[in-house]
Design a protein around this ligand. Structure first.
Ligand code: NI
Length: 269
């Protein structure tokens, strides 16, 4: 039986994909479970133009959800001039809190590398022009990602589901970025990430699920959902020898400031 996660602490899931088909059958229940577990704010990342549109629609129906829009490196090949014009219009919306997820994925290479680099650069420039934070995906492209971020200079955003080493963590922190930590920190074979999490400045740490992907222990291998960010928080608290309440308070404040989550121009309240 599924244990019920209670709302003793308030958390933010700084990266989820609730518009995904994986939630078609029970999306409302998933969102209700998040709220019941104290996950009062969820940043829903866009991975394609349709997913970004769906992210905005979902946020319009749920106070809990804040939309981000972007083209994932997997979908970089879909960034035509038409798509680019449409994405820019979405990005300008005042309710859109970030540009993402964007970046490089040289593991799957579902789009050609040159297309990925072009889409990444264009969207980084768009974020700067609009003064919005970025949500960066980097898989097996650490050197290339860092080179592009260094070339552009200091900015704000998050290296989501961080998978680099300690030197890369230090480099992106120096540039002003946050580090997003999710399910992999709970995996029993995790070595590098727990060490980074132990030493990270507390004010640069964000918690996330990447739901429906990368479920933390004890749900590894199953569909992930925002309520499970609690397991990530518990592991991070353990690694840093802090209380769950302290980790929750700090990471919630970090996400609220970075993504301006109290700023809802198109919503009531
Ligand atoms: Ni993601």
């Amino acid at each position: 039986m599924e244990e019920e996660l209670s709302a003793a602490v308030e958390l933010v899931d700084s990266h989820a994909h609730l518009e995904a088909r994986h939630f078609a059958a029970d999306r409302e229940e998933v969102i209700a479970r998040a709220i019941a577990a104290g996950v009062m704010r969820i940043v829903n990342a866009g991975a394609s133009l349709p997913a970004s549109e769906a992210s905005i629609t979902l946020a319009e129906a749920h106070e809990t959800i804040y939309p981000a829009v972007g083209i994932h490196p997997h979908d970089a090949k879909t960034l035509s001039e038409t798509t680019w014009v449409a994405l820019q219009a979405l990005a300008r919306r005042p309710d859109v809190v970030a540009i993402g997820e964007i970046g490089l994925d040289f593991f799957y290479n579902l789009s050609a590398r040159e297309q990925q680099v072009d889409a990444f650069r264009r969207q980084l420039a768009l974020a700067r022009a609009l003064d919005k934070p970025v949500i960066i995906h980097d898989r097996d492209a650490h050197a290339e990602t860092l080179a592009i971020l260094r070339e552009l200079g200091p900015y704000r955003g998050v290296l989501h589901c961080f998978s680099g080493d300690a030197a890369m963590a230090e480099a992106v922190l120096d540039l002003g970025y946050h580090i997003g930590v999710g399910g992999p920190v709970t995996f029993r074979n995790a070595r590098v990430l727990p060490d980074i999490v132990r030493r990270l400045p507390l004010d640069r740490l964000l918690l996330e699920t990447d739901a429906p992907y990368l479920a933390p222990q004890p749900h590894r291998g199953q569909r992930n959902e925002p309520a499970y960010v609690r397991y990530v928080a518990e592991r991070v608290a353990e690694l840093r020898a802090m209380s769950l309440a302290e980790i929750a308070q700090a990471t919630t404040a970090n996400a609220v400031v970075l993504f301006r989550l109290d700023h809802r121009p198109t919503k009531r309240g």
